[in-house]
Write a protein that binds this ligand. Structure first.
Ligand code: MN
Length: 129
C-alpha cells in the first residue's frame, strides 16, 4: 500500500503539446505505479487529446467544466462536472473540452497509452452544440 497526498510532491504542471490540440496542462496525482497513472488534466475551450487508446482502459472523472468524449465510429457525447466515464481496453477515442467551456478531469489510465493522430476539426466540431 502507498498513500499519495493530493499530488506528487514537487511536481510541476506540464503543458502537453505533442499529443494534444490546444492548451492543455497536466499535473500528476501519483507517479506511475503498477501500470496505473493518474493525472489531473485541464483543457482550455477547444482543446482535446489526439486519438488514442489505453491497453487496459481508463476512468475519467470530470472535476469541473464540461466537454466531450468520443469513441471511434460513434457520436461525441457531452460530459460535465461530476460525470464518470469508463473507456474499455483498446477502445480508440478522444476527450477534451467543448468549444465554449474549459474542462478539468482526473484521468486514471491502466496499462500503456497508445497515441495516434490529431482529431481533425471536422470530427471535433461534429459535436458542436
Ligand atoms: Mn483516454
Amino acid at each position: 500500500m502507498k498513500v499519495f497526498h493530493g499530488s506528487v510532491e514537487g511536481a510541476v504542471s506540464e503543458q502537453r503539446t505533442s499529443t494534444f490540440t490546444g492548451v492543455v496542462w497536466a499535473d500528476p496525482v501519483m507517479p506511475a505505479t503498477d501500470g496505473v497513472t493518474i493525472n489531473n488534466v485541464s483543457f482550455n475551450p477547444g482543446a482535446r487529446t489526439y486519438w488514442h487508446y489505453h491497453e487496459q482502459g481508463q476512468v475519467l472523472y470530470v472535476a469541473a467544466g464540461s466537454g466531450w468524449i468520443c469513441l471511434e465510429g460513434g457520436e461525441p457525447q457531452a460530459i460535465r462536472q461530476g460525470d464518470t466515464v469508463w473507456i474499455g481496453p483498446n477502445e480508440r477515442h478522444w476527450h477534451g473540452a467543448n468549444t465554449k467551456n474549459f474542462m478539468v478531469h482526473t484521468a486514471t489510465s491502466i496499462g500503456k497509452t497508445v497515441w495516434q493522430e490529431a482529431v481533425a476539426d471536422t470530427d471535433y466540431l461534429r459535436s458542436a452544440d
